[in-house]
Design a protein around this ligand. Structure first.
Ligand SMILES: [Zn+2]
Ligand SMILES: [Zn+2]
Ligand SMILES: [Zn+2]
Ligand SMILES: [Zn+2]
Length: 219
């Protein structure tokens, strides 16, 4: 899967861009919007970080987030679990270089523009994410939430391994060991394995890993 992928939507202004175009676009769209939010909110004594999160080994999965800088890393961890990762309560950690960064540290104590942090979810079947700080802005967030989604990748079309024509909607975790197992609906119905071993194809770098079945409550 290429890092470009299908066009995604900027949730601030509804314009559409591919991955690299979105990064450029948000560097102006976010500060423009923040000027408006500052006029609408009393508490101006805030700041936030614009961060991009992407999967290290499948960069077609990415998120652009605006995160209140007083937020502890633990809240970002929870957000990433809810939207992309949580299957059975595995351990996770943020890392800067070779050092682990404590979950109670606040973003403003840890991050600065252009910095890159790594994040691992599950130390067995690990999903590894790269967090890049694209900007730091003063002013309030749009709503009273610690994390706001600015944009996310559109679900990539993954072809069925059996017919090669339709898009896969299920993954057979038995056949996955042999390098296949992505199935469209008709092929899944004819498939030889027990359907208990199927997992849904979801828009997450953890699709098909461990018991991952998709997003929890939307933020
Ligand atoms: Zn925009
Ligand atoms: Zn799991
Ligand atoms: Zn098929
Ligand atoms: Zn199978």
């Amino acid at each position: 899967m290429s890092a470009k992928g299908p066009k995604a939507t900027c949730l601030l202004c509804d314009s559409k861009y591919t991955g690299p175009g979105m990064t450029r676009h948000l560097k102006s769209c976010l500060p423009n919007n923040m000027k408006h939010w500052a006029k609408q909110h009393e508490d101006k004594d805030q700041s936030s970080f614009h961060i991009q999160v992407r999967a290290v080994y499948s960069p077609g999965y990415w998120l652009h987030l605006n995160v209140n800088s007083s937020t502890p890393l633990r809240s970002l961890d929870q957000f990433l679990r809810d939207i992309w990762l949580e299957c059975c309560g595995h351990m996770s950690a943020f890392r800067y270089g070779r050092n682990q960064v404590g979950m109670n540290r606040r973003l403003k104590e840890v991050l600065e523009p252009d910095m890159e942090l790594l994040y691992d979810y599950d130390f067995g079947t690990t999903t590894e994410l790269l967090i890049k700080v694209l900007g730091e802005y003063s002013g309030p967030m749009e709503k009273n939430r610690p994390v706001q989604i600015l944009a996310r990748n559109e679900a990539p079309e993954i072809p069925c391994d059996e017919c090669g024509e339709s898009s896969a909607v299920l993954i057979c975790t038995e056949c996955q060991w042999e390098g296949g197992g992505w199935l469209c609906q008709p092929c899944a119905e004819d498939h030889k394995c027990d359907e208990e071993v199927f997992l849904p194809v979801v828009n997450s770098p953890r699709t098909g890993e461990c018991g991952y079945t998709g997003e929890l409550e939307p933020w």
